[in-house]
Design a protein around this ligand. Structure first.
Ligand SMILES: [Zn+2]
Length: 444
């Protein structure tokens, strides 16, 4: 690839490539060609480069786009619908009935677009999703140009999308085959949890996923109660059940993992499964705290997720990084736990690794996909600048993200989304709010 002509040349104040860990480059520039990063080089060496577009961002840090490893995007339409409830009553009495009444492909299209708008505005360029009508969310992601992993849900009970586990699996597999060559969307298995999917279907998923080398994304050990109930019913911990059924491996993404003993951690390390930590959702539902420092010490990959806007209530990975760092310190009683560089790695390269995309995204390196964000550090909230990494993790709230690119495409410029009409989206969101509140009032 000739460096003489590139599509975009960016001269930022700082580049935070994430790999190598903790690095901050000053007076460096980055060149984008097509969907890739074609060079990261000292600014003085860029004089001969012809760029179709040159961006001067002297007050900004450039970093890899953030990777949100767990969420249910369309549930953004239920943000604030039922709050301040424990996990099971929240699900059984509020969320599941509302979903049964309202979820269809249109709900998923609008809810996913709302979620993508929020995620792009707070620095996420890749998200992982698990929701009904995954074909509708995949269609929205492709139209809006954002990268994602979509795990199609598998449950035993009927929803508007499928009647039983067989149908969830066959519809999901047909979507997997349809999108096998998509540049932006990866489809994988999303068995909801060990307590909502029967053993025979879990093992079937294990067999097919291994054949296809396809990832498995599952809620696991979300609370102590879930683990205790499983031990009572099956005589073993859910993680052991998954292992026995052949579901644990490097392509497995275990979401939550708040209740973990030494043996669980040994099993995770041995099988190479990733953990997706969702600190704000775990705190809000009082589910518990994932022992991230212990997991990292044992070499287990820990990524970061927001979970849905119904249990968070935002999809802001800057806020999640900060919470993860603070919670790790409080939980371990050690102020040195999860330093800023590690929290940033969790939200980028570790996320990429969990999704099996570490060769393509998660860090700024020549040859990788041009998925990056610019963060404006000139405001009073982020001054002075003794330490760029500290500002990013402890002082930014996401609103400083000014630009974002996915696969070389500029999706946000000076906070203007290039592919989303926010006014039209807000109008549709208000319509959903009216419909959903009407049904809620009629039910009371
Ligand atoms: Zn979830």
């Amino acid at each position: 690839m000739s460096l003489q002509a590139v599509d975009t040349l960016i001269h930022p104040g700082w580049i935070v490539p994430v790999v190598p860990r903790g690095t901050v480059l000053e007076a460096y520039s980055i060149a984008l060609s097509g969907d890739r990063i074609s060079a990261i080089l000292p600014r003085e060496e860029t004089r001969d480069i012809q760029a179709a577009r040159v961006l001067e961002l002297p007050q900004h840090a450039l970093l890899p786009g953030l990777v949100n490893c767990h969420g249910h995007a369309a549930m953004s339409l239920l943000r604030g619908y039922a709050d301040d409830q424990p996990l099971m009553p929240w699900l059984e009495q509020h969320i599941w009935p509302a979903e049964a009444a309202h979820v269809n492909a249109e709900f998923v299209r609008d809810g996913t677009e709302l979620a993508v708008a929020e995620m792009l505005r707070s620095g996420t360029t890749t998200f992982s999703d698990m929701y009904f009508f995954p074909d509708a969310s995949a269609e929205v992601a492709q139209r809006l140009g954002i990268r994602c992993q979509i795990s199609f849900p598998v449950l035993e009970f009927p929803t508007a999308w499928a009647r039983n586990a067989n149908e969830y699996i066959s519809k999901g597999l047909s979507l997997y085959h349809d999108l096998k060559h998509s540049a932006l969307v990866n489809i994988c298995f999303g068995p909801h949890a060990p307590y909502t999917v029967a053993e025979e279907n879990l093992s079937r998923i294990g067999v097919i996923a291994a054949e296809l080398d396809c990832a498995i994304h599952i809620h696991l050990h979300e609370s102590k109660g879930e683990v205790l109930q499983a031990v009572e019913l099956n005589g073993e911990r859910p993680l052991d059940t998954l292992h026995r059924l052949g579901l644990l491996g490097p392509r497995t993404q275990c979401v939550h993992m708040t209740d973990l003993g030494e043996q669980d951690m040994a099993l995770l390390a041995q099988t190479g499964a990733s953990v997706v930590h969702c600190p704000q959702s775990n705190m809000k539902l009082a589910s518990g705290a994932c022992p991230v420092s212990k997991l990292s010490e044992k070499g287990i990959n820990v990524a970061l997720g927001t979970d849905s806007a119904a249990s968070n209530n935002d999809l802001n990975l800057f806020a999640e990084m900060q919470t993860a760092a603070l919670l790790a310190k409080l939980h371990s009683g050690d102020a040195t736990a999860l330093p800023a560089a590690d929290a940033l790695a969790m939200a980028t390269i570790n996320g990429a690794r969990a999704l099996g995309m570490q060769e393509h995204i998660g860090s700024l390196e020549t040859g990788k996909q041009a998925d990056l964000i610019a963060v404006d550090l000139s405001g009073p909230e982020t001054q002075p600048l003794y330490n760029i990494l500290s500002q990013l993790v402890y002082a930014c709230n996401g609103s400083q993200v000014s630009h974002s690119w996915v696969a070389g495409q500029l999706l946000m410029e000076q906070r203007e989304l290039t592919h989303i009409d926010l006014a039209a989206l807000s109008a549709r969101t208000r319509d959903w709010q009216a419909t959903i509140s009407n049904t809620q009032e009629q039910a009371q």
